[in-house]
Design a protein around this ligand. Structure first.
Ligand code: F6P
Length: 344
């Protein structure tokens, strides 16, 4: 997110726009915690870092919050009042943040443009959100370390990754870490079906004569079966297979931090820049999207970035989560077509 903040602050400064930063997300907005986002003030917001140096850090130098107050009409009215005297607002965040931004625009006429940021990749209309690439690279690195033990000690590992209700991280990492299976909420499988299919995959890895005698299973946190519980059930069922021992790893918040990848910095910077350009052109209640595959987007000066109304983004995000989105159907079809061969 810092790459997007930096782009807005620096390009703004270059174009003579006075850019301020809201500290602490919507909670900070309600409390009016707003400070100039200049090179000096970037230092004041976080003394040891300027907006330039913040590029190498994950998270956001402005701080964030999950604000309950902003879900209320009164909270949003206070937020809108704090913006008195400002021409527009760039918000950076996931589904909740963008829903709040849409409400600000509709209820109070605040000029607002959204930038998608969430490791879950569950924001509609954009093919990637800020943070996804860094999280995936972290998962790939963690799995390659885990695979060393799996290979040497002939173990089966279930690796639980984040994603809230979206299986994107589990699905995308499975194909890139050489996993034998991915278990996703979108598959809508019962617990019994999940346990049986993972057991089958592990048996195949350990029982066949020339079997590899190791296994890696990616499990999305959105599946209502925690890795530890799945592994307990698997170990019970697999006791007849000589030498099989399964272990659970929950990667957790490791996936949310760390120095952002090239891709995340580049996407963040380009989306931030186009968000500022959109506000300057009088646009409101829209989100800038990275390489979307949906029709109806408005082109920007950046050929990879299109704009969509926040209303459409919010409804596409809901469709991603409830599985009715064409994008999810396509991803699932691809997953099904490779599922049988992953474990070979
Ligand atoms: O939405 C991002 C995310 O990291 C999810 O993947 C995860 O479920 C959640 O946030 C974790 O939130 P918290 O830090 O509040 O536990």
């Amino acid at each position: 997110m810092n790459a997007a903040i930096r782009a807005v602050a620096k390009v703004g400064a270059g174009r003579g726009v006075e850019v301020h930063g809201v500290e602490g997300g919507y909670e900070g907005l309600i409390e009016g915690r707003i400070a100039p986002l200049t090179r000096e003030a970037g230092g004041r917001l976080l003394p040891e870092r300027s907006v330039d140096l913040s590029l190498g850090h994950g998270g956001t130098i402005l701080g964030s919050s999950r604000s309950e107050a902003f879900r209320t009409l009164e909270g949003r009215a206070a937020g809108a009042a704090a913006l008195d005297g400002f021409d527009g607002l760039v918000v950076i965040g996931g589904d909740g943040t963008l829903t709040g931004a849409h409400a600000l625009a509709v209820e109070h006429g605040v000029r607002v443009v959204g930038v998608p940021a969430s490791i879950d990749n569950d924001v509609g209309c954009t093919s990637l959100s800020i943070g996804v690439d860094t999280a995936l690279n972290t998962i790939v690195e963690a799995c390659s370390r885990i695979a060393d033990t799996a290979r040497s000690h002939h173990r089966a590992f279930v690796v639980e990754v984040m994603g809230r209700r979206s299986g994107y991280l589990a699905m995308s990492s499975a194909v890139t870490v050489g996993a034998d299976a991915a278990v996703l909420p979108e598959q809508k499988r019962s617990i019994e079906e999940i346990v049986a299919s993972v057991e089958r995959v592990i048996r195949q890895s350990f029982e066949v004569d020339d079997g590899k005698r190791q296994s890696l299973i990616m499990l999305s946190e959105g599946v209502e079966l925690p890795a530890t519980e799945l592994v307990r059930m698997l170990n019970e069922r697999l006791h007849d297979v000589a030498g099989v021992e399964a272990r659970a790893i929950v990667l957790g918040h490791l996936q949310r931090g760390g120095s952002p990848t090239y891709m995340d910095r580049m996407i963040g910077g380009r989306l931030g820049l186009m968000a500022l350009a959109a506000l300057a052109a009088g646009v409101s209640d829209e989100m800038v999207a990275w390489r979307p595959s949906l029709d109806g987007g408005v082109p920007t000066e950046d050929p990879r970035v299109l704009r969509y109304s926040l209303e459409r983004v919010i409804s596409e995000s809901a469709a991603l989560v409830d599985g009715s989105s064409e994008v999810v159907r396509r991803r699932l079809q691809m997953m099904e077509s490779v599922e049988g061969v992953l474990a070979l």
